[in-house]
Design a protein around this ligand. Structure first.
Ligand SMILES: [Zn+2]
Length: 218
């Protein structure tokens, strides 16, 4: 959640600026007030002093983490403080959003012919609320060719972005079962069901419905 502000180095500023998000309504707030969202129990030893702002770490684990993180943005260091905590209801909300986005992106196409334009528009609006700030990146010269290196400064952004790439990638293996609506990884291209059992059941229901339909027509 340290990824909410517009910059990963927010602790050196007097205020944080927040793009639209599901958790904090204010567009900006004093940095120290923002920090209180993450320290509900013990308060860290935090010194606010422009670019020199930071956490003073005295215990061995803390020092080891600080050294290992090297030049990582301070938002990363913040999340690794012993006293750092995230609100349970925020986590639930985040996971619910991912699930909603995932379901919507499948149901929209699955049900496209069966729903009216107004419902389609609701689907589109629902999913357009999903997004995030993009991480910065740089180019690194690897052994054989240059590659993009994303500088993720929070796990949230990393998951969100990889998830978004998978959702929009036609060759992605991530699917929703046409029968039980559970998420699964397709072992073969074009797999629509999570298991043979679901495939069989779906076909049984379908043929039953067909029979009913024929009877009604009679
Ligand atoms: Zn299934």
């Amino acid at each position: 959640m340290t990824a909410l502000p517009t910059t990963a180095d927010f602790i050196t500023y007097e205020s944080v600026y927040l793009p639209k998000n599901h958790f904090i309504k204010e567009e900006s707030l004093p940095t120290e007030e923002y920090l209180t969202y993450f320290y509900h129990f013990d308060k860290p030893d935090f010194k606010k002093n422009g670019v020199e702002s930071g956490w003073s770490v005295t215990d061995r684990e803390g020092i080891a983490i600080t050294m290992a993180m090297g030049n990582a943005p301070q938002a990363v260091a913040m999340g690794l403080q012993k006293e750092y905590a995230e609100r349970y209801d925020w986590l639930v909300k985040e996971f619910t959003d991912w699930a909603f986005t995932f379901m919507t992106s499948f149901l929209y196409y699955m049900d496209y012919d069966a729903i009216d334009e107004q419902t389609r528009s609701l689907y589109r609006q629902g999913i357009s609320a999903f997004g995030g700030i993009a991480p910065t990146y740089r180019i690194a010269l690897e052994k054989d060719s240059p590659v993009i290196v994303w500088d993720f400064h929070s796990l949230l952004i990393m998951v969100q972005m990889c998830f978004s790439f998978m959702l929009t990638d036609k060759d992605s293996d991530m699917r929703m079962c046409k029968h039980c609506k559970k998420v699964f990884v397709a072992s073969r291209k074009g797999n629509e069901f999570c298991s043979q059992k679901c495939k069989n059941q779906f076909n049984v229901y379908k043929s039953r419905e067909k029979k009913k339909g024929i009877k009604r027509d009679d």
